[in-house]
Design a protein around this ligand. Structure first.
Ligand SMILES: Nc1ncnc2c1ncn2[C@@H]1O[C@H](COP(=O)(O)OP(=O)(O)O)[C@@H](O)[C@H]1O
Ligand SMILES: [Mg+2]
Length: 150
């Protein structure tokens, strides 16, 4: 497990961080995002989408749970916020094998979707527009991805 902390001080900076991640990801990767409401999970995902060459605007999928966007590879954007305490098998697993990138907001509510290896990003709200991105890479391909973000 490798770790990296990156701070941003604006929405734009978070967006750029996401773009860098989106440019470096490989098919089948899974990125887990945790952090309070307003931390910047969706903002980071919008940057990731840009890095994947997705031109469509990525919005919070709170009411859909899963949204799919077409880019250099498909982006599967899951927001598990409304699934807290449900512990249901949603049948999403098949998407995770489908050569796309899966980004999961509130991943703690869908433990069945968390694979062996992943990039976990815990976002902390600091004062005003400051955010801390606490990243943990589990697995060699994710550790390499983290190296590229330094
Ligand atoms: N450094 C920053 N990074 C990301 N968002 C920021 C930052 N500073 C302020 N914000 C604001 O915080 C909010 C983040 O919202 P959002 O990305 O939807 O959060 P989440 O998906 O975690 O609930 C936005 O309104 C954004 O303008
Ligand atoms: Mg969100």
């Amino acid at each position: 497990m490798k770790e990296l902390k990156i701070n941003t001080s604006s929405m734009e900076e978070t967006w750029k961080l996401g773009e860098k991640i989106g440019s470096s990801v490989k098919p089948n990767m899974v990125i887990l995002l945790d952090g309070d409401l307003g931390a910047g999970k969706t903002t980071l995902t919008q940057g990731i989408a840009k890095g994947l060459g997705i031109s469509k605007n990525v919005t919070s999928p709170t009411f859909n749970i899963l949204k799919i966007y077409e880019g250099r590879m498909p982006l599967y954007h899951i927001d598990a916020y409304r699934l807290e305490g449900l512990h249901q098998d949603l049948g999403f697993d098949e998407f995770l094998d489908d050569d796309g990138l899966t980004v999961i907001e509130w991943s703690q509510y869908v433990p069945s979707l968390i694979p062996e290896e992943f990039l976990f990003i815990s976002i902390h709200l600091l004062e005003a527009d400051q955010r801390e991105f606490d990243m943990q890479a589990k697995g060699a391909v994710y550790e390499k991805l983290l190296e590229e973000l330094k």
